[in-house]
Design a protein around this ligand. Structure first.
Ligand SMILES: [Zn+2]
Length: 134
């Protein structure tokens, strides 16, 4: 038995890690000070879910999840986000950053029952955006 089931057929596991990156952006056509070039130390949380566990009793090895997340965040770290191809025509808002990070991670992590469930992007201590799959 790979895991202890409390409710066979209705189990759901979720693991979550946190990482960060720093980048500059400016938001187009929103008015106010966000239109000016400025930077954030973004904090990113990534949650991965599965209805079952692997041979090791895990949803995904934390080290693997952290290294895949680092790979994606390195493509954003210390960049001017507006210049990246993904953000040529859409605003690099925290919401759209969450979508981008989610999509890149899903390519690397989704496998069998295991899938990225949500990504959150904190742009300050008190403000965050979340993208989740229904
Ligand atoms: Zn900003």
């Amino acid at each position: 038995m790979r895991f202890f089931s409390l409710d066979a057929g209705f189990d759901m596991f979720e693991v979550k890690i946190r990482a960060d990156f720093s980048a500059a952006h400016n938001l187009r056509e929103v008015g106010g000070k966000c239109e000016s070039l400025h930077g954030h130390n973004f904090v990113v949380e990534v949650a991965v879910q599965s209805e079952s566990l692997d041979e090791g009793g895990m949803v995904i090895d934390f080290r693997l999840l952290k290294s895949k997340t680092r790979e994606v965040l390195d493509s954003l770290d210390h960049k001017y986000l507006n210049e990246l191809s993904f953000f040529q025509n859409i605003n690099p808002s925290s919401e759209n950053l969450a979508v981008y990070i989610f999509g890149e991670l899903a390519k690397r992590i989704d496998q069998g029952a295991r899938r990225v469930s949500w990504v959150s992007v904190w742009e300050s201590e008190t403000s965050r955006a979340i993208y989740r799959r229904p």
